[in-house]
Design a protein around this ligand. Sequence first.
Ligand code: GH3
Ligand code: MG
Ligand code: MG
Ligand code: MG
Ligand code: MG
Length: 302
Amino acid sequence: MKILLVEDSATLRHAMRNYIIEAGHEPLIARSGEEALQLLENTPVDMIIMDVEMPGLNGFETTRLIREWLAGHWIPIIFVTGLNEDENYREGIEAGGDDYLIKPVSFMIIKAKIRAMERIAEMRDQLNQLNVELEALSQLDSLTQIYNRRTFNELAQQQWSLAKRHQQPISALMIDVDHFKLFNDHYGHPAGDACLKKVSQAIKSCLHRSSDILGRYGGEEFVVLLPETDAKGAMRVAQSIGEALAQLQIRHDVSPTDSFVTASIGGGTCLRTTGHDLEELIKNADRALYKAKRAGRNRSWV
Ligand code: GH3
Ligand code: MG
Ligand code: MG
Ligand code: MG
Ligand code: MG
């Protein structure tokens, strides 16, 4: 581990530095709180051993700043100090310290405390890793709670196989919110997120068969698969989606297209799946979407 030692006394710095090396870790040295903050800006560290009484920022103040700055990422911070009043101890922990040792501290104690903190840091890493995996395992897009792109592809592939076996037509719609970058720029990203949630629900409300599949394909782009649906049927669904979005009446004052949020929709249909594949269907819908955009947006192109 990289352990940052913050200590203004040269003698103690030297002794503690040797302890850290002897314990099998790599020491990084700061002679003041200011120096520690500066170093942390460019160098990730795994743990901090912090003196309290220092000229300039003291250890408590430095720790508060580090916690504020690294909010969301916990690094163990151990105070090593001559201040031995209960009140000092309380302040240190309140400031964000994880342990509080009184000088002089023996090598054995330092080594053991480093080990204890290392164990907790390992648990933190495992939790972070688990979060990453959970996200990947999740079938739903976390913002809109509709299928993410990966799940959409899996389910769509199943429907494609069914269509093939039963020689049924199948259609896809690509839906892209118009001038959404401008919406974000004008109303802010959180408003953009709220808008995407409403849009996804509005699209969902237009799908009536349990075999219809809705997914978030990308940022402000949605995809619908409509099994057993021909071009005429797909057009009907596209129109009802356009109407549902209009009914939301989400203001979009900077859109060159309309004063409310609109979307462009491209449709693709495959009447006989033999000799074709799902990617081709999606690509056709995407091409039609492009045409809808070119033709002036806020329209369907099937
Ligand atoms: P067009 O009518 O041609 O589709 O224009 P557009 O601005 O909608 O298209 P563009 O692809 O240039 O911009 C898409 C914008 O969507 C940019 C991006 O910041 C925004 N966006 C993508 N995902 C999200 C999201 O999850 N939340 C928010 N708030 N915005 C998003
Ligand atoms: Mg000191
Ligand atoms: Mg785009
Ligand atoms: Mg768009
Ligand atoms: Mg887009």
